[in-house]
Design a protein around this ligand. Sequence first.
Ligand SMILES: Nc1nc2c(ncn2[C@@H]2O[C@H](COP(=O)(O)OP(=O)(O)OP(=O)(O)O)[C@@H](O)[C@H]2O)c(=O)[nH]1
Ligand SMILES: [Mg+2]
Length: 534
Amino acid sequence: MSVTIQPVELMTSAELIGVLDQANRLAGAAGRPDLVERLARTRATVGGRQMHVVVAGARGQGASGLVHVLDLSPPDRLPGARFADAPGNPGSNQLRLPEPGSADVVLFVSEADHEYHPAELEALAWIRAQGTPVVGVLTKIDLHPQWNDVQRANRRRLQAVNLDSPLIPLLPVSSGLAEGGRQRGDESLTIASGVPQLLDFLRDRVGTRVDPGLRDWVLGEVRAVVDQLSSTFSGELDTLGSSGGSPRDRQQRAVADLDRAQQLSANWQLALGDGATELMSQVDFDLRDRLREVMEGAEEQIDKANPARDWKRFDEAVHGKVTDSVHANFELATEHSRRLASQVAAKLAGNSNGSGVALPNLRFEDPDDALGRVKPMEKPEGGGMFARLINSLRGSYGGVLMVGVLTSLAGLSLISVWSVAAGVLLGAFTFWEDQKNGKERGKAEAKMAVSKLMDSVNFRVGDELRTQLRAMHRTLRDHFTEINDQRLRAASDAVRAAMDAPQQDNGQHDARLSEVQNYLTELRQLRIQATAQR
Ligand SMILES: Nc1nc2c(ncn2[C@@H]2O[C@H](COP(=O)(O)OP(=O)(O)OP(=O)(O)O)[C@@H](O)[C@H]2O)c(=O)[nH]1
Ligand SMILES: [Mg+2]
């Protein structure tokens, strides 16, 4: 048996909007205004996607006028859209066409005083062959009251040349009316112009390509909503399905379920609070421990050989070890956070493995920014050669004076064989002493530099770590709160349904049962649609 994997067709904006609207209808049916609002926000984000709209067509048909009024339309209507005339040579009589691949959607204008000419049909066929979505726009409808006859005739002409599947929408507009409406603030003129309708059409109905990140996010929202709705409706189905027992039994079961949901609700919050505190201290300790190890290693190296001579290499080696340690620490933080998430999920689900409770997606960002802000170590001075020479000179000068003064008392001159010999001796001695002290001091300074580096890493990276841990805690809390609220709500809905059930006659009961079953079927299909895209 062979399995062929079909390439997944990526959803266009129009298809995404369709999915969102379907989910929205189901959320409305479930009586969930919170989810309706969440979907509305998602829909608005899709409406704000980047879209390059190019207006093409024969000369003098009103392309520039249309671009002008579209540009001036209220920006909240289609916030991500840019509008442009298709390029053309000024003065030439040729049709203007978009550069291949330059447009997300093409508006093809033709004045409503005529049916499509052969050249226009040809241009439409050419645009369609580029694979760009195209909308036919009938312009200057204020001049041509018979525009809908022309619209119908154009539809027939498109069919005649097999240009009608998929359908090319034909929308009437008047830039003149739109401009008048805008200048006079007359909403009825604006609406009569057809321009707002054209913008809505572009937002919702034209299937443009959607950025994969945006698409994945939208489908994630749809999945989250669908999962919540499914559990609401399944809860009701359970109650309606009268899985044995008298209405009284069902009521008692529903109340017991609600009671349990409330208990679990307290449990997971405790588990998260305690777990997060423990996680913070574990991860913090791990960072300090790893940095301490790096520091001890570096100190050992300093004791073996003074790294001052090849400081740059030493600095890089220590920084490399610090980077590795910090990365390992952040990985540990991710891993422990995921473990905490599944422990909390288990508490919330009330079983050992947390099945039935979705886990959030947790990831710690690489702390490269924070690491980048850590400065290189200062090179220890250890007394340079020059300083040491000066010191020796001073030593020998002292020697000359000391012995010279003594010998001058004995009648010799200040500079004598003796005083010079003493100068040389003392100078050499000072030089040797300095060298010894310098080495020790160099090592001590190198150790200081390492320890300063560790402080700085602890400060910068530790700060970043704590920020991310707090964000992770918030993510977990929000995630599980949402699921918990949903479960409590489903449980209390079930209690209410069980209380109402005896009052319903059989006909109502059966009708509701099949309605809920239909909703669940629809939700399952929606879930598949929103998952297949990944
Ligand atoms: N009454 C009326 N006149 C319009 C409308 N739109 C454009 N016109 C007029 O039609 C003429 C051409 O309009 P443009 O918008 O410049 O058309 P175009 O396709 O950009 O023309 P070229 O760039 O010259 O090929 C101008 O005189 C406009 O005033 C409209 O909605 N109503
Ligand atoms: Mg023009």
